[in-house]
Design a protein around this ligand. Structure first.
Ligand code: MTE
Length: 305
């Protein structure tokens, strides 16, 4: 049973979901019934909204979340959404590898048949101090763990993302491609850790990491790897993409903390995409109640950069 408790900084639900989004979703459902054609399983309009995840902020308008992106395989600029349309979303398969019962390759649509999709509205905080609040469709990483069946000795889950010929940024020699991210098995099993396949009730756009990405709302956005093609299990902590480029600026843990400044800027506040309003940043991006316990035995590590 879900008990919804409103935290001090949360606002009422009517302030969270703009009317046009609700109406748009209703008309999508109505339209789908009339035409008896449903959008792909990745993000159907009839996927249930999980009411346990109240973001306490207005949802960012879709046009901002889908046109201001970080995706270095395409460009260092934020304006890459047109170029990203070239990334084919099907067929798409994911290699499950390393310390698990049976290494194998799984087709994304076969994977989607084995999980329960839901919609969650999460806050997303980039290390560059901009933020958005968006409705993701997807499933908890814990469901993926059940399907993958890692060995008891595995300690980390590593996500590797695609390298495709349509990505001009891959020819930049400076970057250590492929983009790799990782979390501990405990972090992956936390209920907040999510695999997204949809955004705003539609299939996840390529520029936001379609067809499948990680979404870790308590960590800086660079941990949320886009366009995943390989998920492996290991007992060794992986060196992640940004960590290998700038270990003093982008650490492995990367938990959001307003009190720990980036070496080149403050993390005390964030700019909301769309309104450009500046609001205070919350520890663990406001999700401390759900995740702080993951770190109680790791006080000596650099958890917040
Ligand atoms: N994943 C890949 N493969 N390549 C990237 O450059 N950028 C990261 C993350 N995932 C990135 C990535 C960063 S820095 C952020 S803030 C988020 O994606 C941005 O997600 P968004 O564009 O959907 O807002």
């Amino acid at each position: 049973m879900n008990i919804i408790r409103r935290r001090g900084w949360e606002v009422a639900e009517r302030g969270v979901t703009p009317e046009h989004l609700v109406l748009n979703r209703r008309s999508l459902v109505a339209g789908a019934t009339a035409m008896t054609i449903l959008p792909p399983l990745a993000a159907r309009a009839d996927v249930p909204v999980n009411p346990a995840f109240q973001p306490g902020r207005a949802v960012t308008e879709e046009k901002y979340a889908t046109t201001y992106n970080n995706y270095y395989e395409f460009s260092e600029s934020k304006n890459l959404w047109r170029e990203a349309q070239a990334l084919k979303q099907r067929p798409w398969s994911i290699r499950l590898d390393g310390m698990l019962k049976q290494p194998r390759t799984i087709d994304i649509d076969d994977l989607l048949k084995q999980v329960s999709l839901e919609e969650r509205i999460y806050r997303h905080r980039c290390v560059e101090a901009w933020a958005m609040t968006v409705p993701w469709t997807g499933f908890p990483v814990s469901q993926l763990l059940k399907i993958a069946e890692p060995l008891g000795s595995a300690k980390y889950v590593v996500f590797e993302t695609t390298q495709d010929k349509v990505m001009p940024g891959l020819s930049a020699p400076f970057y250590p491609w492929p983009y790799v991210e990782g979390v501990t098995i405990d972090e992956a099993a936390n209920d907040l850790a999510f695999i997204s396949t949809g955004l705003y009730g539609k299939p996840l756009p390529p520029q936001n990491g379609g067809p499948i990405r990680l979404t870790l709302p308590w960590k800086y956005g660079f941990k949320s790897a886009k366009a995943i093609v390989k998920i492996s299990f290991t007992d060794k902590r992986p060196t992640t993409f940004w960590e290998s480029i700038g270990p003093s600026e982008y650490g492995f843990w990367a938990n959001v903390n307003p009190a720990v400044a980036h070496p080149r800027w403050s993390q005390a506040s964030e700019r909301l995409l769309g309104s450009d309003e500046r609001v205070p940043t919350q520890i663990f991006n406001g999700y401390a109640e759900q995740v702080a316990g993951l770190y109680s035995d790791r006080k000596n590590e650099k958890l917040f950069m």
